[in-house]
Every structure is written in C-alpha cells, then in structure tokens.
Design a protein around this ligand. Structure first.
Ligand code: NAD
Length: 236
C-alpha cells in the first residue's frame, strides 16, 4: 500500500501535535513536512523537516496538507495546495465568508475537505439535529457549547454547523458559549416545547478523535477528484 504523504500545517498547536503523534505511529502515513507560524526552533523534528509559513513554497512534494491553524494562517495553506495541485484537509474554525468562498473556488482545482468537527459522533449528531428540528416546529432551539479557555472563536465552528443543520430543519437557533478549564469540546442542542425538553449532547474528552478523523479524511481525500467534500462523505 502506498503511504499517504502528509504535510501538517499548524504543527506546533494542540491538534497539530496530536496529528503528528498518531500519523507517526500509523503505517499508512508518511509525514513529509511540518509547517509552523514562525521560524521553527529546530529544522528537523523526529527526522521530519520543519518549515515556517514564509517557506511554504519550498515544501517537498506531498499528497495532502492537513491544516489545523488559525484563520490568519488558513489562506497561505490553501493557496499552497492549489499551487501544487494537492489535496487540502482543514479543521481550522472561525473562517470568514471570503475564506469559505475561497474553499469552494479551490475545489474547482483540487480535492478539499473542511469540517468544523472531525469526530464521528458529531457527524451523526448533525443529522439527528436536522431531523429533530423538522419534527418539532415551533419549539425553541438553543445550542450551548463549552470549550477550554484558549479557544479563540465563539460560537464554535461545530455549534455553527449544528445551528445550520437545525435551521435547515426549520428552527430559529440561539447560541451560548462557555470557556472553562481544559474542556476539549461539548455541544448541547436543546429543543424546548411546552412541558417537555429534548437534549442532544456530544462530549469530546480526547482531541485524538479529531486527529484520527482528520487522518482518515486525508487518506480518503487523496484518491478523490477535485471537489468540495464533507466529513460525512468520507464515512459512507
Ligand atoms: P492551537 O492554538 O493549539 O494551535 C494553532 C496553531 O496554529 C499554533 O501552532 C499556531 O502557531 C498556528 N498558527 C497560528 N497562526 C498561524 C499562521 N498565520 N500560519 C501558520 N500557523 C499559524 O489550536 P488547536 O487547538 O490546535 O486548534 C487549531 C484550530 O483547529 C482552531 O481553529 C480550532 O478551533 C480548530 N479545531 C478544529 C477541530 C475539528 O475537529 N475541526 C478540533 C479541534 C480544534
């Protein structure tokens, strides 16, 4: 089996490190480069060459770039993949409308998979939320998301994705965000009627689930033609 040659963009972050650790132990992946925001402290980590974002055009050839950075790093990562004609997987949240549009434009040239959440549980939750919203017209729909105190964007990308699913089902959605301790990620979607309440909850206790999901998506995506894909596409 050919290994999937991966570049990790945002390699110094919590998610970048988890992806590095898991891919390094997996026979299906070859990490060919790590990309960090500024000049890397070491030019080689675990025998993998490290590049700064300024050096992104000098990357060795790869099959898929996996980006878990911040919105300010996202554009350069996507542009590098379009320029090299290579697949792009991203879990970076807090993107603006122009960045979302650039994902769709890039999908005319390369395979692109962006997901606000790479866990299987949230992929299932999304379809449950859409069904519940459609079945409960007139009920209040509130989404409460909780994350660690370092998280920058709010509401979370996952909350917004779940909110869009509820809106597709016809609900009017309200959001609340909590930032506390080291919570990896919790999403409560609450439908409230008269005298009853339905709660759908997902709790992530380990960010390795996102890393494994992103690596699964990367392996799946490299064999696909140019286009825009979702996590659910890779699970069927
Ligand atoms: P983090 O803050 O630990 O790491 C972010 C990394 O991006 C850092 O190493 C930082 O140096 C780097 N970075 C920042 N600006 C950059 C730039 N201009 N160019 C290149 N790199 C840059 O954050 P994290 O917890 O690893 O999360 C990263 C992103 O992934 C966030 O947007 C977060 O919301 C998202 N996330 C998504 C999922 C998912 O399943 N989709 C899961 C967890 C986190």
């Amino acid at each position: 089996m050919n290994k999937t040659r991966v570049v990790i963009h945002g390699a110094n972050g919590r998610m970048g490190k988890a992806i590095h650790r898991i891919a390094a132990d997996h026979p299906g992946f070859d990490i060919v480069a790590l990309v960090t925001r500024s000049d890397p402290k070491s030019r080689v980590i675990d025998q993998i060459p490290c590049y700064s974002v300024r050096e992104i055009d000098a990357l060795p050839d790869f099959d898929v770039m996996i980006d878990f950075s911040l919105p300010e790093g996202f554009d350069a990562a996507l542009a590098a993949c379009v320029k090299k004609g290579r697949a792009f997987v991203s879990g970076t949240t807090g993107l603006d409308d122009a960045q979302r549009e650039s994902l769709s434009a890039a999908a005319n040239h390369i395979p692109v998979l962006w997901a606000s959440n790479f866990s299987m549980g949230v992929a299932v939750l999304e379809s449950l939320v859409m069904r519940a919203a459609a079945a409960l017209p007139g009920w209040n729909c509130d989404i409460v998301e909780s994350h660690h105190t370092q998280k920058k964007d709010s509401p979370s990308g996952t909350a917004l994705t779940l909110g869009r699913a509820a809106e597709t089902g016809g609900a009017d959605v309200h959001y609340a965000s909590l930032r506390a301790g080291d919570i990896v990620g919790e999403h409560l979607v609450q439908f409230t009627g008269m005298g009853e309440r339905l709660e759908l909850v997902h709790r992530a206790s380990d960010r390795d689930i996102f890393a494994r999901g992103a690596l699964h998506a990367a392996q799946w995506l490299q064999q696909r033609p140019a286009g825009r894909y979702a996590m659910a596409d890779s699970l069927v």
